[in-house]
Design a protein around this ligand. Sequence first.
Ligand code: CO8
Length: 373
Amino acid sequence: MIKAVISGTGLYTPPATIDNDELVEAFNQFVEMYNSEHAEAIGRGEMEPLQASSSAFIEKASGIKRRHVIDKSGIVDPKRMAPYIPERGNDEPSVQCDMAIVACNEALAQAGKKASDVDAVIVACSNLQRAYPAVSIEVQAALGIEGFAYDMNVACSSATFGLQAAVNSVENGSARAVLVVSPEICSGHLNFRDRDSHFIFGDACTAILVEREEDTQPGQGFEILGTRLKTAFSNNIRNNFGFLNRADEAGIGKPDKLFIQQGRKVFKEVSPLVAETIQNHLQSLSLAPENLRRMWLHQANLNMNQLIARRVLGRDASEDEAPVILDEYANTSSAGSIIAFHKHKDDLKTGDIGVICSFGAGYSIGSVVVRRR
Ligand code: CO8
């Protein structure tokens, strides 16, 4: 039987950063401008004034300290509050392709492989910058890969769902090696004028190479012991941007064409579901929580991760057991748990077991149990 392993990972981190103070300063300037522009209506009680944001709230409620973004200047301009990412010509590489190439090259180098060793590319992310041609096929062509490619979107769980698809392809023999790449430009669809969510997201791209065990060196990478996916429909995290928007002009400018969520509900509903999914997954593999050396959890909210880890382990997890990257990156959607894995996997010893777990819109949960070879 063919066995799939993770032989390499890669990460592209945009150089520009925005810390909470800078983000809050821009937001509060926008609030002042808005409230003074609508002072009369607010005075007459016809409109509600907007409330200021605060860095202290952001760090306490989420654990986020800063985020990396493709473009800083447009986001911190209170008159704009959206990144500047100019459209490129059809003959130029797309922004997502550029990010993907950096992450994929690092994953290939880590695995000691060339693009010619790969025969499939899955671009798995929350938002694709165009409808078609598939970004994955562009990445495939840019890397010079023979074979096939496709895009997929399961919001924050895109990368783990992509991993299962890659494992399936390798183990059923339809591909020898698959790159799963997650170019997340969350700043492009975040409403920086919304106090409840303006701080949540950042940009990054991850890549994972999944290969046949027999094509790798002994002791290289991680065995995949099992994958488990779960979805349950919810409107609590939603984005109604789509190709039908132009068919109903009345809705085009509405805030639901960007990210919106009921954060409290998400926190309360998703945390127990995630803990239960991990526990059941471990049980199905005849593993106990004590067997877990590390949890690379989705990076949306520090308090949420601490709660999930506590439910799984029956005690508080140390940062070594459940590493945190969201202080530096914020929520990078599907890239988050993979960034945690990429940055915090090399110290594991042969036989150590860990779980990569994503959760988010859908709702969707993906659990991937791995063992260091
Ligand atoms: N500054 C100061 N005060 C604020 C701010 C702010 N910026 N925002 C809210 N407050 C106030 C509120 O008004 C409220 O005041 P009051 O108590 O007087 O009513 C108080 O602070 C508490 O507000 P909340 O109850 O909203 O605060 P929480 O403690 O719940 O924290 C969080 C808010 C951080 C959003 C938290 O609920 C959370 O993280 N929840 C989980 C969210 C989550 O995991 N979501 C997953 C989404 S990601 C995903 O699935 C991918 C989608 C695709 C990617 C999209 C990319 C754009």
